[in-house]
Design a binder for this molecule. Sequence first.
Ligand SMILES: C[S@@+](CC[C@H](N)C(=O)[O-])C[C@H]1O[C@@H](n2cnc3c(N)ncnc32)[C@H](O)[C@@H]1O
Length: 285
Amino acid sequence: MQIIKANNFACPLDGTPLLGDKTLRCDNGHSFDMARQGYLHLLPVQNKKSKQPGDSQAMVVARSRFLEEGFYLPVSDHLNALALQYLALAGDLCVVDAGCGEGYYLDRFCDVLMLHEGGAATLTGLDISKPAVVAAARRNKLITWLVASNSNPPLLPQSVDMIFCMFGFPDYAAFKKILKPGGKVLLVEAAEDHLLELRQVIYPEVRKAPPPALDRAELVGFSLVDSQSLTYQTAALNREQIADLLVMTPHLFRATREGKAAAAELDSLVLTVDLQLRVLGMVDM
Ligand SMILES: C[S@@+](CC[C@H](N)C(=O)[O-])C[C@H]1O[C@@H](n2cnc3c(N)ncnc32)[C@H](O)[C@@H]1O
């Protein structure tokens, strides 16, 4: 498939179509410039809940380094296979990664999509963190990158075939609005044993929780179409990689001081990756 730039933008202030190339404008005179790094900032200041929302620069750098080591390569491969199974590659496609971080997964999906015959595809990664989107824009110039929020994705209604939401913060009502009829959400979330060996070091007691319930999704009309588990052991992480993993996850904020000190003492750690990949579709109403 040929990857082309997205053209289904909606003004984040009034929802009307945004048109243009380097500067996008809506009919009501709101305008947004493409940043020189190649992304669009479509998060109005009044929609920001903090000055620098989302992941910090330090988290983005740690995640980039960790992912580049290949520890989550099987996650990316499984995501790609599952997405291809539910996308009709014959026509034109629009796939969005909502909470894309620094773009690792969408970049690898782009590589796979380009190997397939078919029409044109737009790939859009959006994240509320500007440092994450700046890093993503550096990674892949074919993908459209947006600083934007999952709660108000600046995309036209019924213009998206599939939304990835990986280790993220889904807003199901907003996702429903931008999905085409028959569109799908693909969730990747931690299952009970995810990173168990690290959690055993940093918490006095490990609580095993299943992936989040789907009641909020079901409330707006989504239902579960497919659910797959992915469980494997990583290669051994060294001291720096363990530190990166801690920084890139919410565990850094939740772990006890003693737990973090114990993790800093580790020279090597093999981890269990235990994930649930779920595909959601709209129930016909
Ligand atoms: C745990 S990280 C996962 C990043 C990426 N999906 C990955 O798996 O590598 C969660 C991401 O969600 C972003 N995020 C948090 N709240 C968000 C929101 N309301 N809208 C869009 N992105 C958000 C963060 O900035 C961060 O990049």
